[in-house]
Design a protein around this ligand. Structure first.
Ligand SMILES: [Zn+2]
Length: 263
């Protein structure tokens, strides 16, 4: 028995070393302008904990080498991609999308036949710095290869010049979502690009915010997603005061709107 215990300990240590090696190998080098490294699945929840176990994938690394982590629920054909924190100082959306992940862990049956992709922190360096831009002072939401991309100091040296933008681009190319929801702050409305008017209406009804088309932003994810990829995208603009709410308060206010997008 003692020997078995020692073997188990060694196996656990070997597994931990393998996990560390995987983390180091999974695209630590993301050269400027180069492709995002192939994503790898690092961890799976035990199958018995949920019908649709959540997978965590490191899709790439930020300028300051923070992991950009995607959460994947299910493997159905109907794919919804929900992201937050592309502007790192918009904290309420990050909390809300994380809370959605906790909900999906406990309500796996509701997402049968679907794939739900959550990227709660699209700009981890911005989150750490409490800044809108990434660590190179680029607004990631102006760095996408849309026809209307403008050349300006905060839009990046070229389209997809930033590793965080390339991660989002890679997710859309790989999973081909049927709809995208990007959570922002603080304009307090539901905006949309592409054929998403109906979805925007239903999300607005679910959370009480008005539908407002704010206009196309150059090089934005909305422009890229709708114009280049033809994917409907809803921008859920939370309120400035939402930053003071707890995760449960945010969920009570906006959870239904996110579930409308999934269902
Ligand atoms: Zn924003």
């Amino acid at each position: 028995m003692q020997r078995q215990g020692a073997d188990k300990g060694r196996n656990r240590a070997a597994a931990a070393m393998l996990l560390t090696a995987l983390a180091l190998a999974s695209g630590c080098q993301v050269p400027d302008g180069g492709p995002v490294a192939p994503p790898r699945v690092l961890t799976d929840r035990p199958a018995e904990s949920a019908a649709l176990p959540r997978q965590y994938r490191i899709m790439g690394w930020s300028v300051e080498k923070r992991p950009v982590m995607l959460q994947v629920f299910g493997d159905g054909e109907d794919v919804t991609f929900i992201l937050a924190g592309i502007h790192g100082d918009e904290s309420a959306g990050i909390t809300l999308v994380r809370r959605l992940g906790d909900y999906l862990d406990r309500h796996a049956n509701g997402v049968h036949g679907k794939t739900i992709l959550l990227l709660p922190v699209a700009n981890p360096d911005g989150q750490a710095r409490v800044s809108r831009e990434n660590a190179r002072s680029v607004d990631l939401n102006r760095n996408f290869p849309a026809d209307n991309r403008a050349v300006s100091p905060d839009s990046g040296r070229w389209a997809l010049s930033e590793p965080e933008t390339r991660v989002i681009h890679q997710i859309i190319r790989e999973y081909r979502p049927k709809r995208v929801v990007s959570v922002h702050q603080p304009l307090g409305c539901v905006d949309y690009d592409g054929p998403a008017a109906d979805l925007a209406d239903r999300m607005a009804q679910a959370c009480g915010l008005p539908v407002k088309q704010l206009g196309t932003r150059p090089g934005s994810l909305g422009s890229y997603s709708s114009q280049i990829r033809g994917i409907p995208i809803v921008t859920l603009e939370l309120l400035d005061s939402d930053s003071g709410l707890s995760d449960e308060q945010l969920w009570a206010r906006y959870g239904k709107a996110l579930l409308v997008a999934i269902q």
